[in-house]
Design a protein around this ligand. Sequence first.
Ligand code: AMP
Length: 628
Amino acid sequence: MQKIREFHRQSVQDRDAFWAREAQRIHWETPFTQVLDYSNPPFARWFVGGRTNLCYNAVDRWLDTQADQPALIWVSTEVEQEIVYTRAELSREVNAAAAILQQLGVEQGDRVLIYLPMIPQAAFFMLACARIGAIHSVVFGGFASHNLAQRIDDAEPRVIISTDAGSRGGRPIAYKPLLDQAIAQCAHGPEHVVLVNRGLAAMDLTAGRDLDYATLRARHLDAQVPVVWLESSSPSYILYTSGTTGNPKGVQRDVGGYAVALCASMEYVFGGKPGDVYFSSSDVGWVVGHSYVVYGPLLNGQATVMYEGTPVRPDAAILWRIIETHRVNALFSAPTAIRVLKKHDPALLTRHDLSSLDRIYLAGEPLDELTGQWLSEALGKPVIDNYWQTETGWPILSAQPGVEEIPPRFGSPTVPVYGFDVRVVDESTGQDCGPNRKGVVAIEPPLPPGAMSTIWGNDERFVQTYFRSFPGRLTYSTSDWGLVDDDGYWFILGRTDDVINVAGHRLGTREIEESVNTHPAVAESAVVGVADQLKGQEAMAFAVLRNPALLDEAGGRDRLEAEIKRVIEQRNGAVARPARIMFVNSLPKTRSGKVLRRAIVALCEGRDPGDLTTIEDPGALDQIRSVL
Ligand code: AMP
């Protein structure tokens, strides 16, 4: 591990020289005058004074050498369609999208919200925003009206890009009614909505506001929209992520730092080079979709595969079929997807020619040892677990085959990635824990290029949420427990807070509780994440009713459970729907009124609830035991 350690050491100890060198990977219209301005901690400004553009670096910069080579490969098993866009065709679509935005009055700094399934227009409009300096906010298509309304109100987008419907398992899932409901709840609705009509579901249109994408596209198809050169730390996008409150945080990212960090990671972490084909099966609404479906591969001159579909339809060989057809070099997926594949015929894993594939990357949730090993042995390919967060934008812990090959250790995302001065620290003092001692995974600021610059519109919340966990120290807390073993391999041991991870989807239990509590019969509730073999975790809800007699009515319990699940589905989307809603007379709380979630989780998982000296009413736990 000598080389990888030395590389990491340089990146944190000789930071400016390291990043000045990496910055040469991208085009700067105006060179930067300072690598890092850290005069106002913890706010870091990278490549100060430099002017660049994400769209130019992802699209235009490659037109000379790769105009006719695939850039965006769209595969949909939902609507049985495949389209390969060359870099020149991608450029044409992105320019048309940028011209549409400009026609609608979108200017530098304006927000554009993108609420789309995995269709190419999501990438076109993201890149179009980047081209003209507009700030995109992509909202995961699986989220419903309440999530969407919160994000509209926070970012106040001038324009929303959406569609009639997505599709899941071959069945259309309407988007437009959810969007209309969301806008109706908002204080700051958009001026215009551009709708990609896929012909999957009927749409009600609002005259004057709703516009047809195909009509606008036809009008602007030959437009050449000039690139707006942006100062490196200008905002490029906002991506909301769940935390411990009911209000998601708008992670804000810059332009120059993000471009440099992603481009470098494509080589060092993902072993990619221009001309290679990269396939991330993540949804574009999550951070992986931003960094490694759209920006990363394109910035590095690679083609990217965008996939609309599930890993098991038409059969469990679909990922491998895509890899064979498009000669994919690296696959990025989530442990849940692989655990799903494990339930299918293993012969499907080797039915296709995977000779192009160098490695498989899995992230977003813990990768259990058995699953990692199973996949690696079945395919005879290295499987790399990497650990990161929406906030960091790219991996914190990972093997880095582009720096040095190191032996994998399943169950561990291996070692720190260059740029991240990451430590395991004591929960109360913030001091380094030393080997084999569990502590909080923390990053010494400044955060590297590409990590979040702040929370959209709320610098104070950025500081308070992430940098005030340890007394007297300004240290970024990941809110994950971790440990480093004697050999320097890292292990992630779960969250320190109430955030849960269902099939790689990060969800705030507080947000789900708020939805449960909107049901008129509910007095209060607690939502926890419980271990699940397939999805890693699943949500479980405990509700206290205003009038418990409702449960005694015929079918009362089932009706209430179904109604509450429906409320959650409508407000937060199906991903947030708990496995069960259970009814209790009271919740176990401390004397100061805090719900004892860890004790509830322990009972749900059949473990000992631990120290309960602070509990107000031990009867509440007994009741949870009995309903379980
Ligand atoms: P998100 O911001 O949605 O990507 O979620 C980030 C969180 O997912 C992290 O803080 C971890 O709790 C978890 N996570 C992501 N990747 C891994 C991994 N490779 N191993 C363990 N946990 C992970």
